[in-house]
Design a protein around this ligand. Structure first.
Ligand SMILES: Nc1ncnc2c1ncn2[C@@H]1O[C@H](COP(=O)(O)OP(=O)(O)O)[C@@H](O)[C@H]1O
Ligand SMILES: [Mg+2]
Length: 227
């Protein structure tokens, strides 16, 4: 049971248009939002958890991850250069199950991963510096709030079409204040480390220590992402 293109959800508030992205955990839809009178309001992105084929244990873990993302996103209304969450909703699927959705500002420019696919030879120095500065501003703002993203990489860096600004998204593995570093209070299966091995800094790959990733690891990942 899952959502479908053209489906109208949440009492006519959104119409799903097409899937615009998928990560390991989630599917992201482009959707039209309507006002209470049924007039088109704006385009939004709607993120749902991918559920098909997951064991009950893994699904539980992913649901916790998504809850974390919804909670962290709600705290980032003022942080610079992060993808804004508009709200969270619950949708009832055909089988009667209620599942959460995260409604996000629609980043029309797509991701840095998409951009790099279109430019396999790399970006210009001017472009790379601009995006790196955007990303540094995002990391500075997050670290001031004691939040460590833990999965900075091209598919989580998105572009706003208005001014081309790069914004950091996907807070599913973010570390929040009060959580033990790299700890498993809300991060799942024993032995798994948050993040993506290709973007881990060397000390994280070598040590496999519970004490990482730290803030500097995010700077490493940002540099690996700049291409
Ligand atoms: N707000 C958004 N606007 C446009 N595209 C998005 C948005 N959020 C995510 N995407 C697309 O969906 C992909 C997967 O989203 P992401 O949040 O990274 O999912 P996951 O948690 O599974 O990694 C992104 O790489 C991007 O291509
Ligand atoms: Mg992602």
């Amino acid at each position: 049971m899952s959502l479908k293109p053209q489906q109208v959800i949440i009492n006519g508030k959104y119409q799903l248009l097409e899937v615009i992205g998928q990560g390991s955990f989630a599917r992201v839809w482009k959707a039209q939002e309507f006002d209470p009178q049924g007039n088109p309001l704006r385009l939004v992105a709607i993120k749902e958890l991918k559920r098909a084929g997951l064991s009950a244990e893994v699904l539980r873990e992913q649901e916790l991850r998504f809850q974390r993302e919804i909670q962290v996103s709600a705290r980032l209304t003022e942080a610079p250069n992060v993808v804004r969450a508009i709200t969270a909703e619950q949708v009832t699927l055909e089988d009667g199950r209620q599942v959460p959705l995260l409604i996000l500002e629609y980043m029309e420019g797509g991701s840095l991963a998409d951009l790099l696919k279109r430019h396999p030879q790399g970006l210009s120095v001017a472009q790379a510096v601009r995006y790196a500065l955007d990303l540094c501003a995002a990391l500075e703002g997050l670290h001031r709030l004691d939040i460590v993203h833990r999965d900075v990489k091209p598919s989580n860096i998105l572009f706003r079409s208005l001014d081309g600004q790069a914004r950091l998204g996907d807070f599913g593995t973010a570390q929040v204040p009060g959580e033990t570093v790299g700890g498993s209070r809300t991060w799942g299966t024993a032995g798994l480390q948050p993040g993506t091995p290709d973007y881990w800094p060397p000390e994280q790959a070598w040590e496999r220590a519970r004490s990482i990733p730290r803030r500097t690891s995010m700077l490493w990942a940002a540099c690996c992402s700049r291409c």
